[in-house]
Design a protein around this ligand. Structure first.
Ligand SMILES: CC(C)(COP(=O)(O)OP(=O)(O)OC[C@H]1O[C@@H](n2cnc3c(N)ncnc32)[C@H](O)[C@@H]1OP(=O)(O)O)[C@@H](O)C(=O)NCCC(=O)NCCS
Length: 226
């Protein structure tokens, strides 16, 4: 059973500040912890531990870190490593430096850490008016864009694949989106990206469009009510 644990003592939140990262004692969480993760816009605001059973049956403990602008270089380095290991690069649309910097200021960005190593990263465009909202592909007006979030990207270091991280990050984004007051979650996924498509369908998304996006690659538009 996946388990989330939360530091007992909440870290101070401040714009631009980076509170210390030492997680202390634990207590079972869930929704409250993720509401808490939303409080700050910049810097690391909380740490949680995530324990997933790995394939040998042992638990694997990660830390979750809300990312801010100071984390851009590490995230970009992981993205390049992931891309360099992909046989078919059309399955994954690179997030540009500009997009990442914008999202680290305005959106919900979470990294999974294994010790000090970044094992995975996910980014959710929050309910705001932005050409990066997948609602634009569905012709949503501003009022609709303000009610929907977009699960924009997730990438996992090859060493940490198959542990269920993407699946778990999907669950966390659902929690975060609800806490942000979103009514709908959107995403795009390549019909050829088996693990991603399976995970997103398991999270209750449905295919509501099929378009050529990101310079001409095929993507399903996925949608679910929250
Ligand atoms: C797609 C991706 C995010 C999946 O991450 P993940 O954390 O390994 O996914 P999960 O562990 O939740 O896996 C889901 C399923 O796929 C399997 N799987 C995923 N990657 C695998 C791998 N490299 N080897 C074997 N199995 C794998 C899992 O075992 C699981 O199988 P199940 O449905 O039978 O249980 C990851 O492979 C990745 O970073 N790919 C490159 C970037 C990308 O395509 N991102 C998604 C588009 S934004």
């Amino acid at each position: 059973m996946n388990q989330l644990v939360q530091p007992k003592r909440k870290t101070a939140v401040g714009r631009g500040s980076r509170p210390h990262r030492a997680a202390t004692g634990v207590s079972r969480c869930c929704r409250a912890a993720f509401v808490y993760l939303h409080i700050g816009k910049e810097g690391t605001v909380a740490e949680l531990k995530l324990t997933l059973p790995d394939k040998s049956g042992r638990d694997h403990t990660f830390r979750l870190m809300r990312c801010g602008p100071a984390d851009a270089a590490r995230i970009l380095a992981l993205q390049e490593e992931v891309l360099s290991g992909m046989e078919d690069r059309t399955l994954f649309a690179r997030t540009s430096v500009e997009e990442l910097v914008e999202s680290l200021r305005e959106d919900w960005c979470l990294a999974v850490l294994d010790g000090e190593e970044m094992a995975a990263f996910t980014l959710m465009v929050v309910n705001r008016v932005s050409p990066r909202s997948a609602g634009t592909y569905l012709g949503y007006d501003e009022a609709q864009l303000l009610k929907c979030v977009t699960y924009d990207t997730t990438f996992v270091h090859p060493r940490f694949r198959g542990l269920g991280l993407q699946r778990e990050l999907g669950r966390l984004k659902d929690e975060a989106a609800l806490a942000l007051g979103a009514a709908e979650a959107l995403a795009t996924v390549s019909p050829e990206n088996g693990p991603s498509l399976r995970n997103i369908l398991l999270r209750g998304f449905e295919i509501c469009g099929d378009q050529l996006l990101y310079s001409g690659v095929r993507r399903y538009i996925m949608r679910k009510k929250l």
